[in-house]
Design a protein around this ligand. Sequence first.
Ligand code: AR6
Length: 180
Amino acid sequence: MFELNRHGVTVSCVQGDITQQPDFDAVVNAANAELRPGGGVAGAIHRAAGPELDAACRSLAPIRPGDAVMTAGYGLPNPWVIHCLGPVYGRDTPSDSLLADCYRNAVELADKEQLQSIGFPALSTGAFGYPMEAAAEVAFQTLLALCASLGHVQQVRFVLFSHDDAALHGRVLRRVGVSN
Ligand code: AR6
């Protein structure tokens, strides 16, 4: 676990499952454009939330790379889910600015809805093929630059499936935090 505080916002990296973060107001779904269950994070979130989530998503789809939309969490331990469509690495271009849009739009939506805490998976780093270290740099640069403008969000947690991915995110967060 590694964390740093910027302008009253704590940004942390932990190993775990994004569907098991009961102390957070919202978790972020690594969605597909149609907001359907799919695999990876999206499959896990829809399994935990149940069929009401799939029904709620229908009127919001399709979304475009970089977009963020919000639904209730239904069977999840969180009241809210923010669904982001990350870029397919190298196909949706420029991939770095589209990935930055995801993080910016998700955290600004959470703040607009007066949420205090938001948990992210490593968007685009699974089926969408974004190299993890490069993705983590985009994520932390984007989020640290936003901290000063947030009025409600106080906790941003990155939840990584493996210990190695959590350790890598901790290293990148420390590095980005020193230079930003
Ligand atoms: N908790 C935390 N991290 C997870 C979990 C979990 N339960 N499950 C996977 N990861 P992905 P993408 C990690 O593929 O690349 C889906 O099929 C995983 O190891 O979920 O944005 C959708 O339907 C990886 O590092 O998201 C879309 O079509 C990261 O989460 C497409 O995949 C993201 O992996 C989205 O692809």
